[in-house]
Design a binder for this molecule. Structure first.
Ligand code: TXA
Ligand code: MG
Length: 349
């Protein structure tokens, strides 16, 4: 299959993509979080193609994307007052809500669960693809399963060239990390995957908010995550990633020492730091600042792209500083710990 990249300056440009979706094919589209790989959510054979193109395990359910609030009601059993409050405040936006699924949701979308994940993305191209096709779209992140999610059309092509019909190029996304996933089937919202919409932001609207216990302790293997996707090794570049924690000085010294040791074994080393600390490093083969530690959104925005750049440069080992766990930092550290397969080195306080 020939994968075409199209730009979307006007509605007319989107016509080929709309057609592919209506005929049961696959289209990668920009959303405000990351690029998604979309297909008609109510067409089981179209949805199956998503799993195949990504190499995604069949027990990992997909998010259904809507472009109009009225598309929600037929997909779910009930919209509780709790869900209403979050919808009023955060949709369209980077928040996915889990509802009890109505019978029209194909089993392949929900991976056999009785629930379904729904998101109303706040991106004009995603909204137009949904509304101009008249469909609701199942769309996971548009990466090969296990890789960091793509934040540009070029990164989608890298993973899915020849496997999907069209990539709609909408430039770089805004957030850079996937949506917050929140289960609203219980009495209080339950966060299954942290994202840009933080626990504090949810609490402002609904009061008490719970965290999936599997998220509380980063390496607690006694809990199976409630979002099946969170149990897989994920977001990982080819390089081995190590998070080094501790005081700024000890982290810098430890990373410099580890770098020298790895380089003496002929390994290429990448280092991830911040604008404030990047000058502490001189030895790495590739030394990158993710952004300012005063602006965690900038760090979130560049994390996945930077992990992919290490692969572009055949880096064998990445040593990264750890980042604040506050606000969106919670999502950054969630993704980073998974990219590092829970390899955390304590450099001392
Ligand atoms: O920002 C996003 O959410 C992006 C863009 C494209 O919208 N999509 C995305 O999809 O990240 P995906 O498939 O890569 O991640 C969806 C996550 C997975 O961890 C999956 O297990 C979880 O949501 N999920 C989906 N349906 C669920 C359900 N019914 N119950 C619990 N978790 C669910
Ligand atoms: Mg994903």
């Amino acid at each position: 299959m020939d994968t075409k990249i199209i730009s979307a300056k006007s509605d007319k440009d989107l016509l080929p993509a709309v057609k592919v979706l209506q005929q049961g094919g696959l289209v990668a589209m920009p959303t405000e979080t990351v690029y998604g790989l979309a297909a008609n959510a109510l067409d089981a054979s179209a949805v199956n193609k998503i799993f195949k193109a990504k190499g995604r395990p069949a027990d990992n359910p997909l998010i259904i994307h809507i472009g109009d609030i009225n598309q929600l009601y037929p997909l779910v059993k009930e919209v509780s007052p709790l869900a209403e409050k979050l919808i009023d405040k955060f949709w369209p936006g980077p928040l996915t809500l889990i509802f009890d699924a109505s019978p029209i949701v194909p089993k392949v979308v929900s991976a056999g669960l009785s629930t379904v994940a729904i998101r109303f993305p706040n991106h004009p191209i995603a909204q137009k693809l949904i509304n101009n096709s008249g469909l609701v779209l199942a769309a996971p992140s548009a990466n090969t399963s296990g890789k960091p999610s793509p934040t540009t059309a070029r990164r989608v092509l890298e993973d899915l060239d020849g496997k999907i019909e069209i990539i709609v190029d909408g430039g770089q996304v805004e957030v850079g990390l996937e949506s917050t996933v929140v289960d609203v089937t219980g009495d209080a919202p339950l966060i299954l995957r942290p994202g840009k919409i933080t626990k504090e932001m949810l609490e402002d609207i609904t009061g008490k908010v719970d965290l999936d216990p599997a998220l509380k302790e980063l390496d607690n293997i006694n809990y199976t995550p409630r979002a099946p996707g969170m149990k897989y090794s994920h977001y990982a570049p080819n390089a081995h990633v190590y998070i080094v924690e501790g005081s700024v000085e000890n982290v810098a010294r430890t990373i410099e020492n580890l770098t020298l040791k790895a380089q003496s074994n002929k390994q290429k080393v990448g280092i991830m730091a911040t604008d404030q600390t990047i000058n502490n490093y001189t030895k790495g083969d590739m030394i990158v600042s993710l952004g300012s530690d005063q602006d965690l959104e900038s760090i979130a925005y560049s994390l996945f792209e930077t992990l992919r750049q290490f692969d572009d440069n055949n880096i064998d080992i990445v040593y990264t500083e750890s980042f604040s766990n506050q606000g969106i930092g919670n999502a950054i550290m969630n993704r980073l710990t998974k990219a590092a397969s829970y390899n955390i080195i304590n450099a001392g306080p």
